[in-house]
Design a protein around this ligand. Structure first.
Ligand SMILES: [Ca+2]
Ligand SMILES: [Ca+2]
Ligand SMILES: [Ca+2]
Length: 342
């Protein structure tokens, strides 16, 4: 067959494939975060260049925060202490319209509500002060809340599988803090990490085959990666000082993480096999996303993080190679808990 014919045939197959892709609305990428710039904490939406900050939640006397966006549901959730007796999980669309209460929970929420990738469930951990903490699933459509872990141990939600069918949580049920996997349908949790050391902050690779996590099984805290069934744990970092909170790039080739190896918190980048480690933030006098609260943009080109380098907490965006760090919240107030919205 002639070469040009092969090219034409191949092109038409590729083009035909394109036509069957679902149509994704071309929304601009924006960022939601919480700030007390107007007196009490509220959730704001802002452009990725820092322009047009608008409040999505009522400010006066009511604290709202910990936003999380679901591309599948087209909704932003946040919690609010309206009424003070309970923490209220609410959802709002991006026009700031149609806010509605999804659930009311005891006030000791241990982790913010996180949407499943399918937009079907919202996971969070909750418990009464002094009592045990459990992982709950809230059905976004029906409002039904299920206690998934239901045990006297401290069980905290950790991560969704990419297909939304399983969750990872951390628990001290076997004495040390370990990572467990469980189906959203319920059943017995499976422990993925050893009992001899502590493990936390797991995150599934985008293709679902691996899980990155942090552990103190060596001299200090290091990042490991294991198979999704807990097999083949491999150490990725080797530094004196803290290395933790691994976050996979959307294409799965890189892992960004927080390290204190140079004396203060910075965001670092490495290949997903642990090679080619680069300090992205390079800001020796300040703490960068010390609790792992940073995230990749959906297109993998930028990273959203938090820093006190300007004297108070601000939301920053930088390119994924560390260039062009930009203060987008730019307010003397406390600005944090930012998430990508698209
Ligand atoms: Ca280390
Ligand atoms: Ca720093
Ligand atoms: Ca600020």
């Amino acid at each position: 067959m002639k070469r040009w014919l092969v090219v034409v045939l191949l092109s038409s197959v590729l083009l035909a494939g394109c036509q069957f892709r679902p149509v994704v609305p071309d929304r601009p990428v924006r960022i939601a975060f919480m700030s007390d710039r107007d007196g009490s904490f509220a959730v704001y939406l802002i452009n990725r260049d820092g322009s047009n900050a608008v409040s999505l939640t009522p400010g006066e006397g009511v604290n709202s925060g910990l936003p999380h966006w679901s591309p599948a549901a087209g909704l932003l959730t946040y919690i609010t202490d309206q009424g003070k007796e309970t923490l209220v999980v609410e959802a709002v669309d991006l026009a700031g319209q149609n806010s509605r209460v999804l659930a009311e929970e005891p006030p000791a929420n241990a982790s913010p509500p996180i949407w499943s990738p399918t937009g079907e469930w919202i996971a969070f951990s909750s418990g009464l002060p002094g009592g045990s903490v459990d992982v709950y699933l809230l059905n976004a459509a029906s409002g039904e809340v299920v206690n998934l872990t239901d045990s006297p141990s401290q069980d905290e939600f950790a991560a969704w599988s990419p297909d939304g069918r399983e969750i990872l949580f951390t628990s001290d049920r076997d004495e040390t803090l370990a990572i467990y996997k469980m189906s959203v349908e319920g059943g017995e949790p499976v422990r993925l990490t050893e009992v001899e050391s502590a493990a936390a902050a797991p995150e599934w690779s985008p293709d679902g085959s691996k899980i990155a996590f942090m552990t103190n099984r060596d001299e200090d805290v290091e990042i490991y990666v294991m198979d999704a069934d807990g097999g083949n744990p491999v150490r990725l970092t080797e530094s004196e000082g803290f290395d933790g909170f691994p976050h996979w790039s959307p294409d799965g080739t890189k892992i960004a993480f927080v390290s204190g190896r140079d004396g203060d918190a910075e965001i670092y980048l490495m290949n997903s096999d642990g090679s080619e480690v680069v300090n992205l933030t390079n800001s020796p006098q300040s703490q960068e996303s010390i609790q792992g609260d940073f995230s990749w943009s959906p297109d993998g080109r930028q990273i959203l993080f938090h820093t006190d380098r300007d004297g108070n907490m601000e939301v920053y965006v930088m390119n994924a190679d560390g260039s062009n760090p930009t203060n987008i919240s730019n307010s003397p107030a406390t600005d944090f808990a930012s998430v990508w919205v698209k």
